[in-house]
Ligand binder design. Sequence first.
Ligand SMILES: [Zn+2]
Length: 122
Amino acid sequence: MLIFWSTKNKVNRLQDGRKETHKCSACGKTATFFQCEVDKGVKLYGVVTLFGSQQKVMQCGECLALYKDEEDEKAIRAEAERLAKEEAKREAERQRIKDEEYKQREAEVDDELAQLKKNLGK
Ligand SMILES: [Zn+2]
């Protein structure tokens, strides 16, 4: 299922983008859809990009209606999940190192105390 995408943003058809054949719900024709890139960036005075990203959409070759590119969104979601997992792993590793350092310090303090006791005992 294609989800209609309405935008007034600039659309660039990708040279090496995907091509798919779908029935277009806008013009009712079975048409070739071309993968395009939409510049979602909000430009300040048309120069400075404040925020935003390049988003991929599929464009009907007949009537130029734009649809969300589900494949691209899936890829983006998968990438975000992968990064989140990696970050969780890094966080766990940081915690492990912190725990080890803590244990190390505790051991050092114990040694020092033992040494002090020994010295006092003499
Ligand atoms: Zn169409």
